[in-house]
Design a protein around this ligand. Structure first.
Ligand SMILES: *Cc1c(COP(=O)(O)O)cnc(C)c1O
Length: 358
C-alpha cells in the first residue's frame, strides 16, 4: 500500500478533542442540563419534526429560528447567526478573524477549544494568564490590547472551567481599548443572568456567543448562535458551512426556543443546587471550591487525580483537570439533579475520610 504524505504542519502535536465520557450513574462531567426536555415540549418537537422535508436541503441560515432569536433580543435578523453548536461558531471566528500573521488573545485557563481553533488556523496565540484565583488579569489584558496587533479575543463569562463572571466594566474598557473583535462567550449566561447584549448597539467590535446545549437541554442537538453587528455577522456567514444546521435541528430548536420560559424553573433549581453543592464542598476538609455563576463548580484538593478515580469507582463522573496547565489538582463537577449532587458529595466526603478503598 502507498503511504500518505504528511498532514498540514499545524496538526503536529495537536491532540484530537476527547471529552473523556465514560458510563456512570451520576454524569457530572459535561455541564449538561440534568433534566431532558419535558414531555409536552417533546410532543411538540415530534409534531414539528414530522413536517420536515427530509429530501430537501434545509434553509441554509435557519431564518425562522434567526427571526425568533432576533425578536427576543431586540435585534434584526442580520444581527443573528446560528451554528452547529456554539463550537462551529467558535471555529468560524478563528477562520474569519484569525489566520497566518494574525493574533488571538487568550486568557487561560479557559475553554480549550479556543486555542485548538487558533492553532488549526495558524493563528498566533498571545496568552495573558488569569491570576492565581482565576480572575482575568484586567490590567495586563487591557495593556496588551492597547499595544495593538490583536485581531480577536474571547472573554468567557462565566468562564469554563473556573466559573466566574468577567466584569462588565472591564469588558467595556476592553471594547474601547481595541478594535479587535471581542467575543463574549455567554454559553452559561442563563445561570448567571448577566449579559453584554445591551452593549451591542454601541460597540461594533462586540459579538456574543450563546448555546442551546446547557440551560435548554439540547446538547444532543447541536445548536448555538451569535448576536452582533450585521457587518460582523456577514463575515461569519462567508466562512460558515452552508448547511451546517440541519432541518431537524432547526425544527427542534424552534420549538424549544418558543417554549424557553418552561425551562426557567429547572434553571432556578440548578442555581439553588449550585449554592448547596458549593456549601457542601466547603464542609469537606482540604477541598477548596471556587465561586461559580454557571452550572458547574471547580474545586481544588490534594491528590485530585486519585480522588477522581475514587469518585468514578462510586459511579460519579466529574471532569479531571488535575494535570491541565494552570489547573493542577482541580476537578470540575457539573450541577446535576439533587440526587446526583448528593451522591457526588457523599462519595467525595468518603474519599477524603478514607472510607473508600482503592
Ligand atoms: C459548552 C460551551 C460552548 C458551546 O457548546 P456547544 O455545545 O458547541 O454549543 C461554548 N463555550 C463554552 C465556554 C462552553 O462551555
Amino acid at each position: 500500500m502507498r503511504s500518505v504524505c504528511a498532514p498540514a504542519p499545524q496538526l503536529a502535536g495537536l491532540e484530537p478533542y476527547d471529552p473523556k465520557y465514560l458510563p456512570a450513574d451520576a454524569f457530572l462531567s459535561a455541564n449538561e442540563n440534568p433534566h431532558d426536555v419535558d414531555k409536552d415540549v417533546r410532543h411538540e418537537i415530534m409534531r414539528e419534526v414530522k413536517r420536515v422535508n427530509l429530501n430537501r436541503y434545509p434553509d441554509p441560515l435557519a431564518n425562522d429560528l434567526r427571526d425568533m432569536i432576533a425578536e427576543a433580543n431586540g435585534l434584526d435578523r442580520d444581527q443573528v447567526l446560528v451554528g452547529n453548536g456554539g463550537d462551529e461558531l467558535l471555529f468560524d471566528l478563528a477562520l474569519a478573524w484569525g489566520g497566518p500573521g494574525r493574533t488571538f488573545l487568550n486568557m487561560p485557563p479557559t475553554f480549550s477549544v479556543y486555542e485548538a481553533n487558533a492553532r488549526l488556523t495558524n493563528t498566533t496565540v498571545a496568552n495573558v494568564p488569569r491570576t492565581a484565583d482565576f480572575r482575568i488579569d484586567e490590567e495586563a489584558v487591557l495593556a496588551r490590547a492597547a499595544e495593538g496587533g490583536i485581531d480577536y479575543l474571547i472573554v468567557t463569562s462565566p468562564n469554563n472551567p473556573t466559573g466566574e463572571l468577567a466584569g462588565e466594566e472591564f469588558i467595556c474598557k476592553l471594547l474601547d481599548a481595541t478594535d479587535a473583535l471581542v467575543m463574549v462567550d455567554e454559553a452559561y449566561f442563563e445561570f448567571s443572568r448577566l449579559t453584554m447584549r445591551p452593549y451591542l448597539a454601541q460597540h461594533k467590535n462586540l459579538v456574543i456567543l450563546r448555546t442551546f446545549s446547557k440551560a435548554f437541554s439540547l446538547a444532543g442537538v447541536r445548536m448555538g448562535y451569535i448576536l452582533g453587528d450585521a457587518e460582523v455577522v456577514r463575515e461569519f456567514v462567508k466562512v460558515r458551512q452552508p448547511y451546517s444546521v440541519d432541518a431537524v435541528s432547526q425544527a427542534v430548536a424552534r420549538v424549544v426556543y418558543a417554549n424557553r420560559a418552561k425551562f426557567e424553573p429547572g434553571i432556578r433549581a440548578i442555581i439553588d443546587e449550585r449554592a448547596r453543592v458549593i456549601d457542601g464542598l466547603k464542609r469537606i476538609p482540604g477541598v477548596k471550591p471556587y465561586p461559580s455563576d454557571a452550572n458547574y463548580v471547580l474545586f481544588r484538593m490534594e491528590n485530585a487525580g486519585q480522588i477522581w478515580e475514587m469518585l468514578y469507582g462510586r459511579g460519579v463522573l466529574v471532569r479531571d483537570f488535575s494535570r491541565a496547565p494552570y489547573l493542577e489538582n482541580c476537578l470540575r463537577a457539573s450541577i446535576g439533579s439533587a440526587e446526583e449532587n448528593d451522591a457526588f458529595l457523599r462519595a467525595l466526603r468518603d474519599a477524603v475520610m478514607g472510607k473508600c478503598d482503592l
